[in-house]
Every structure is written in structure tokens, then in C-alpha cells.
Design a binder for this molecule. Structure first.
Ligand SMILES: *Cc1c(COP(=O)(O)O)cnc(C)c1O
Length: 395
């Protein structure tokens, strides 16, 4: 089966709010209800050959999970070596934090230096397979670089609309990768409006996160990797720097798939969201016990990946936090930066501010009794510190 040129792909797409089914082999963004769509697979059939033993011998990138990814034609698997990033033990960080074990999922080693590559790899591969001609997205920065890279690899033009104060290394990167870059005096939500106009007037295909079904499929591979890299089990807790929440939502989906595949039982890690004190809509909604979040006014943080005042998948993030017995905390920029430096000196990993935020969250979570000193915790360093050189904390 897996030696054939064609893969099973998804059986259909499902609306995350209403459960309504849609045909998967068409270019489709949000569901008619205006909510994200999830790709569904025939997991009981796939489970017969898609086993941890088979996967263990495969290529060292995210395409090792191709049966649970939506691309059907192997010729459309656009690849630059994304995924299968190291899960690095950080014993000195664990000592500093007073917790049993800390592991860093080091996403800075992706092709454009952030985990956005996973999502855009899948979204661009599917756009290519389904016949999109021009791609576009609003970005806080790293998604734009990733889209530019995969668009270039696929031979498709990419339009990126970003806030004008996006870190300079990221801007230079997307331009060098051939993207048409438009700078806007505003936030990612304002950039989204410009993209929407291009979609309506010029026929661009919108790659906004969770507004097409496949970025989340790319990011869910982080959940499969954790299972394999931990010796076929999951950690006690995961701390995830949350903007649009695609990776957290994706991993939560992966765990359900892995249970259906018979890889794991009903156990789940506690899922924790960390946001910047200057832009914390999920933390606010979590603390108020809400099921969706309000738009955050005046968003400000140097962790550009966290400068996301509103997320279309807010209800999915909050649901995963609730179902996993997790939570949400906010940290100021200067505390993120201090932890970037501690982490660097303790591990040799130059983390993005978002990665620093995950370390900064640990003392708060322990203080509140949400993490215990016996826990084994995975922290997501979602990007490289090099992409933020020249940017400084705003508080
Ligand atoms: C985009 C981004 C985030 C937030 O990721 P989501 O999945 O959108 O929540 C975190 N860190 C970095 C470095 C990012 O680029």
C-alpha cells in the first residue's frame, strides 16, 4: 500500500462547530458556519499498516506520517526537510526550575527557523494538489517566511501582508524567498482584511491559519513526534506559546487520532497555553471560564508570533485546555527575555522569545499547583532567536 504512488488521503472534511461533512478534494476554506474544518481519515483501515514499528524506519521529516496527512499524490509532497526536530533533554533547566524533567522540542531547526514550516508545508502542498494558482496570507512574521519558502519550492507565487514592525530578519528572509511583501501599519488582524480583498478581487488562495484545513494537519505532526521521541508515550505536560493556537489544536487532534489508531490509550498530557502579558486574549477567556475569546485591544509584545489579538480557533484552544486539565498563563516580555538567556546558557539553544515564554510559564504554573515537581514537561521552542535580533521587550 505505502509503496504505491497514491496515498489514501482524507475521507472528508468536518466542521469543528457543527460536525457537518464536506468533500475534501476541493479548495475550501472555512465551513459554511464560518468555523475551521478538520480533515478526517479512515483510521481503522490505516491502522492495519500504519504502525509505530513501520514509521520508526522512515524518512526523518514530517512526511513519515503521510497516511494521516491529506496529500494523496506523492508528487505534491513539497519538502525542504521540515519536522522531525530534536526533543532535547534540559537537565540544568529542570534543576533551575525545580521540576523532575524538562524537554525542549526545538522547532528552531525547521527550514526557515520556526515551526510555521510544518503548517505551510502542508497547506502549500495541498494548494498545489488542488490547483491553486496564487497564494496569500496575513502574518505576524514567521508564517510569511514559511509560506514564501514553500511557495518557492512549489513554484507558486506568494503574497504576504505583515505589520510594518515585523522583525527585520524575517522581512529580509521573505523577500529573499521571492514573496511579494506588503507592509501595513497595523496588526495581523488588519493584514487579514487586505488578504481578504485580494482573495475576492484577484483570486488569491488564502493560507490564513485555520481558515484553510491543512496548516493544522502539518502542525499536528508535533504530537506524533513527541510520542515517537519519548519512546512511544506522552509527557505529563506540554507548554505551548499560543497565538492562533494551531499547534496546540493540532497536537490535541493528533492524540485523538493516535488513540483511534491504537497507539495510545485515553491518557493525555496537560496542555498549557502561554501568552504575552501585552496580548493575552486566551488567558483572559480561560480565567473568566469562557468558551470563546474577545478581541484583545492594543496588542503589544516583542514575541511577534504571540501578537495575535483574535483567533478563529479560540473555542478549540479553550476546549483542549479544559479537557486536558491544563490552563493558561501570561508572562511579560522582559521575563521571556530573561528566560531566553537562562535557557541558552543552560542548553545551547538560542530560543525565540516565544520559547522563552514557555520556560517563564513553569514557575507560575508550579506556584498555582498546576504543575508538580514530579512532572515531566515538554516546552516548545517554536522558533530561532536569530529571527528576532534587533527586537527588544516592549515592557
Ligand atoms: C506563530 C508562532 C507562534 C504561535 O503559534 P500558533 O500555533 O499560531 O499559536 C509561536 N511561536 C512562534 C515563533 C511563532 O512563529
Amino acid at each position: 500500500m505505502t509503496d504505491d504512488a497514491r496515498l489514501p488521503g482524507a475521507t472528508h472534511l468536518e466542521c469543528t462547530a457543527t460536525g457537518e461533512r464536506h468533500e475534501s478534494e476541493q479548495l475550501i476554506g472555512l465551513s459554511p458556519a464560518g468555523k475551521p474544518l478538520f480533515a478526517r481519515y479512515d483510521l481503522s483501515a490505516i491502522a492495519k499498516w500504519f504502525t509505530p514499528d513501520r514509521v520508526a524506519t522512515r524518512r526523518a521529516d514530517l512526511w513519515r506520517y503521510e497516511e494521516v496527512l491529506p496529500v494523496r499524490d506523492r508528487g505534491c509532497q513539497v519538502s525542504l526537510g521540515e519536522g522531525w526536530t530534536p526533543l532535547t533533554d534540559a537537565p540544568r533547566t529542570a534543576d533551575r526550575l525545580g521540576i523532575r524533567r524538562v524537554l525542549i522540542k526545538n522547532e528552531s531547526l525547521n527550514p526557515t527557523g520556526s515551526f510555521k514550516d510544518r503548517g505551510l508545508c502542508l497547506a502549500v502542498s495541498r494548494a498545489l494538489e488542488l490547483g491553486a494558482k496564487e497564494l496569500a496570507l496575513p502574518s505576524a512574521g514567521n508564517a510569511g517566511s514559511a509560506a514564501a519558502a514553500y511557495g518557492a519550492a512549489a513554484g507558486l507565487p506568494v503574497h504576504v501582508v505583515v505589520p510594518k514592525d515585523t522583525p527585520e530578519p524575517i522581512l529580509q528572509e521573505m523577500m529573499a524567498l521571492g514573496a511579494d511583501v506588503q507592509l501595513l501599519d497595523g496588526l495581523i488582524t488588519d493584514c487579514g482584511r487586505v488578504v481578504k480583498q485580494g482573495v475576492a478581487e484577484k483570486g488569491w488562495w488564502d493560507l490564513s491559519t485555520l481558515k484553510e484545513p491543512y496548516r493544522v494537519e502539518g502542525k499536528k505532526t508535533m504530537g506524533y513526534e513527541l510520542f515517537e521521541q519519548l519512546g512511544r508515550r506522552l509527557p505529563d505536560a506540554i507548554i505551548y506559546p499560543t497565538g492562533g493556537g494551531t499547534g496546540l489544536i493540532g497536537m490535541w487532534k493528533a492524540f485523538d487520532e493516535m488513540e483511534e489508531l491504537g497507539w495510545i490509550g485515553s491518557e493525555r498530557p496537560k496542555m498549557f497555553t502561554v501568552q504575552a502579558a501585552g496580548c493575552a486574549p486566551m488567558v483572559k477567556a480561560w480565567e473568566e471560564g469562557k468558551e470563546s475569546a474577545e478581541m484583545w485591544e492594543g496588542a503589544a509584545t516583542y514575541a511577534s508570533g504571540l501578537r495575535v489579538p483574535a483567533a478563529v480557533g479560540d473555542f478549540l484552544i479553550l476546549r483542549a485546555l479544559r479537557e486536558s486539565n491544563g490552563g493558561a498563563v501570561a508572562v511579560p516580555d522582559h521575563v521571556m527575555k530573561a528566560w531566553v538567556e537562562h535557557l541558552g546558557a543552560d542548553t545551547g539553544i538560542f530560543a525565540a522569545p516565544e520559547g522563552g515564554a514557555t520556560v517563564a510559564a513553569v514557575p507560575q504554573l508550579m506556584h498555582r499547583g498546576l504543575l508538580s515537581e514530579d512532572d515531566e514537561v515538554v516546552l516548545f521552542n517554536t522558533g530561532s532567536g536569530l529571527k528576532y535580533v534587533g527586537n527588544t521587550p516592549v515592557d
